[in-house]
Design a binder for this molecule. Structure first.
Ligand code: FCB
Length: 478
């Protein structure tokens, strides 16, 4: 995909002038498989990402998460970096195969002990951990019996969630069941870009449903044992979707894209229903036989917050020429295509940069879902072609401009009446960017993968300034 277009050099070097609400939280996010490494240590079992990344041709450059940022051993240094950054909160994910190497049964004490050490060192630095229970590393043993296509995986997930919550619930206040179920189901089981790499129709839609069911069952388990002040939620990756032109074909295509990207997840979670459009759009792939009585009520368990991950907007045109032979059709084949406007700025991932898209998305949520809970932006950030200069520094003005613009877009949404409580930058440090391997860098901290040296980039300094400003404003208001 795309190429990097360097923007104007008016990057705001000084944070400031961003009027975030009082008490607004600022943090950074990562995920287990992307940073931990140590895949054969501490009794960890294999996950679908171990299998996938070790399959030739799946990940750029043949990269794997075997070592990644070696965070499993270097977490102390990484927590110190966060202490220096001054974040309120750190969003981490727990690797299911460290807790249940085969996806079921008693918790592995060594796996729990790693997260004990991590959580305790965060708390010592005054950083509140926010724990994501599933950021894509399904135990391979569960994939071997159907993975998320199988209804039983939802039950397994709820049991695993309860084990982790039981152990860390005395120290962790914010819990996120799933990260981006669209990616787990559609990239995992329809486009095949992510583990386990399947190309299916009904299988992918069943996976989406079972992920949501797992979320609902985990919510019930955690809620039954919730401690004072705990917040439970889910993180969805959502997009503002608009038609590329006003033609009826493009408008209809953008509805189908909106369904696949957002409504298939937001409607069940926030309103306990699947949109009518889902049955029409996926007719021929499934009759929704995987939907059982009572599932939607379970899935729509009340949330304390909704986590929203935003990277780029989606502009859609009708593309009937892309529709596969019906016999080969996957759940992602909707006869739509995303278009990029000539000359617009793209990130190193080829993703268009449009901060206002975040305001549109948040206001869309607010007006579409009257019962919308408070929102945390649980991921936002960009990949840049960073270089270490002769002085050993990494100057990344494009990332600073991106973050600055998106935080301003959050302020605009708040001004328009959306209740946004916090923002986590993706990511603390460069890491294993899934199918893209180590080639795409999203961090505030540069990683030299040969030496594991950490170099805070200029965006790190900028973000630290922003956090300090916000603290000062909060303290003044007290
Ligand atoms: C999101 C993922 C996260 C990271 C960013 C760039 O979809 O949740 O792990 O890869 O994209």
């Amino acid at each position: 995909m795309g190429h990097q277009v360097t923007g104007p050099t008016d990057a705001p070097q000084q944070a400031g002038g961003i009027e975030l609400p009082r008490g607004f939280e600022l943090g950074v996010a990562t995920a287990s498989y992307q940073i931990e490494g140590a895949v054969n240590e501490g009794g960890r079992g294999p996950s679908i990402w171990d299998t996938f990344s070790h399959t030739p041709g799946r990940v750029a450059g043949g990269d794997t998460g075997d070592v990644a940022c070696d965070h499993y051993h270097r977490y102390g240094q990484d927590v110190s970096l966060m202490g220096d950054l001054g974040v309120d909160s750190y969003r981490l994910s727990v690797a299911w195969p460290r807790i249940q190497p085969l996806g079921r049964g008693a918790a592995n004490p060594q796996g729990l002990a790693f997260y004990d050490r991590l959580v305790d060192s965060l708390l010592e630095q005054g950083i509140a951990p926010a724990v994501t229970l599933y950021h894509w590393d399904l135990p391979q043993a569960l994939e071997d019996v159907g993975g998320w296509r199988s209804r039983d995986t939802a039950q397994r997930f709820a049991e695993y969630a309860a084990l982790v919550h039981d152990h860390l619930g005395d120290r962790v206040q914010r819990w996120i069941t799933l990260n981006e179920p669209w990616c787990s189901s559609f990239l995992g089981y329809a486009t095949g870009r992510h583990a386990p790499g399947a190309h299916e129709g009904e299988g992918a839609l069943a996976a989406a449903h079972h992920l949501l069911l797992g979320h609902g069952l985990a919510m019930a388990a955690l809620r039954a044992d919730a401690r004072e002040g705990q917040q439970l939620g889910i993180t969805l990756n959502l997009q503002p979707v608009s038609p590329a032109t006003p033609s009826p074909e493009d408008v209809a295509a953008s509805w189908r894209a909106l369904l696949g990207a957002n409504l298939l997840f937001t409607d069940p979670v926030l309103e306990g229903r699947y949109p009518e459009l889902a049955r029409q759009t996926y007719a021929g792939l499934t009759d929704f036989g995987f939907l059982h009585d009572g599932d939607l009520a379970t899935i729509a368990a009340p949330l304390d917050f909704l986590g929203v991950n935003y990277y780029f907007p989606s502009r859609i045109k009708a593309a009937p020429y892309l529709q596969a032979d019906p016999a080969l059709r996957t759940a992602d084949d909707l006869g739509t295509e995303e278009v990029v406007t000539a000359g617009e700025e793209l990130t190193a991932m080829g993703w268009p940069v449009e901060p206002a898209g975040l305001t549109r998305l948040l206001t869309w949520l607010r007006y579409t879902y009257p019962a919308l809970p408070p929102i945390y932006i649980t991921e936002n950030g960009r990949a840049c072609d960073d270089v270490v200069d002769a002085d050993g520094q990494v100057d990344d003005p494009d990332r600073v401009r991106y973050l600055d613009g998106h935080l301003r877009a959050v302020v605009d949404a708040v001004d328009a009446g959306v209740d946004v409580r916090g923002y986590y930058c993706w990511s603390l440090m460069d890491n294993f960017e899934w199918a893209e391997g180590y080639g795409k860098r999203f961090g505030l901290v540069h990683i030299d993968y040969a030496t594991q040296e950490r170099i805070p980039k200029s965006s790190f300094t900028w973000f630290r300034g922003l956090i300090a400003d916000q603290r000062r404003r909060d303290e003044k208001d007290d």
